[in-house]
Design a protein around this ligand. Sequence first.
Ligand SMILES: N[C@@H](CCOP(=O)(O)O)C(=O)O
Length: 498
Amino acid sequence: MNYQSTRGNSPVVSAAEAIKLGIAPDGGLFVPTDKVTITYEELANLVPLSYGERATFILKHFLTDFTEEELSQCVDAAYGGQKFDTPDVAPVRSLTGDLSVLELWHGPTCAFKDMALQMLPQFLVRAIAKTGETSHIVILVATSGDTGKAALEGFANIPGTSIIVFFPQEGVSEVQKMQMVTQEGQNVHVVAVQGNFDDTQSGVKQVFGDVDFTGTLKEKGYRLSSANSINWGRLVPQIVYYFSAYADLVKSGTIDLGQAINFVVPTGNFGNILAGFYAREMGLPVKRLICASNANNVLTDFIKTGTYNRNREFFKTTSPSMDILISSNLERLLFELTGRQSDKINTWMTELKESGVYNVDQNTLNMVQSVFWSDFATDKETLATIKKVWVQHNYLVDTHTAVAINVLEKYRQTTGDTTHTVVASTASPFKFNSSVAGAIMGPEALAGKNEFQLLQDLSTFTGWPIPRGLRGLNRRPVLHHKVAGKNEIDQAVRNILL
Ligand SMILES: N[C@@H](CCOP(=O)(O)O)C(=O)O
């Protein structure tokens, strides 16, 4: 399996090279050159396996320049030991006969990003060796809260690498911020950006595209790479949990093998739901992928109309990880759905960059709508959903997961489709505890309390334990104080590296 750029102007590379580079030299995103198909029998064979065994099976189809032994070492290092607080890694909980929740937040940083970011450093270390790379790899990350901490946790003290995480100074939860600024490790840097996530991601992408700067870095012995979902090495481990959830539902007798299900995914940068799309393309029986947005509903509008327009107000919501107006991975989806027409992708991405808007043709829109459905939830609806799920099911969800559940209700009301649906639960409710506590305990419970006091209150009220990774967070020393203007991201990289 090789990898090509969505923009069509970069050489085809191996998986190891694609993972090492992170983003294609022409500014596009790497996608597999060939389609992978999983047969009915292979799907059946996944059912009795452990999460790690399922992962190794899926990964080997995409990372063909890695041996099966290497992949199973990567899997053990990522998901083995005590890193995840359950041996199931990503368990599925059934709430009703037609609704299950895929809990993706049992890793060290309490968000779904751990599913891939415990793995990516393992891939990268091996990719460096495979490609004979001699430069020190510098991982640049733009985060709206979850990727940053998960990447720091994954890459801390990984030999041959450094990591610089940029986060919007006022655009993440208190818990997310503390998780990042208290990160230990000799090779980690964290910078608060005076701007929103889109400013941060655009600034980081600009650094990747600055040929003079990357040339200077090369001379000094540095090569840039990415731990965002623009890196294929981030996406491929995420494909696994769609298969694993399906296998678990078959194993529990909730569905029959071959029966189609839906997934509803809270969506920001479009990486998670895109992994679901690739799983579907591989033959996983998925009827609909429901794309759930918050008030930053650029994707909802796009999926309904075919117009992507980022020229709109940017809202700070209670689901900050999804406060995004430029969803990077949509580029990969459009590449696949247009039959891999790089010229169209180049046109749309140039229009997006220059005017903030592009329109896809009717045929492409039809293709999008044949797989995806989308709507959004306001903050008020999100908090009401958290309360409703708690009261009806005695089950706690975070704000992002609540957005997904609210949008699923809208989907069912609109379409009448009662297909069994899996909600991708992307973060622990304790990560967004003031919103969650306010929703279920009432706003008066928040009075005079900071997020860290509320961790304990939420745990006492619900009987749910505070996740290991969040205990004592407020007592950890703040180790990172750097701040950059939204146009100073390249300068921040220079200051750190040169
Ligand atoms: N929601 C993300 C934003 C970056 O997305 P990624 O999937 O490309 O890393 C975050 O939490 O940082």
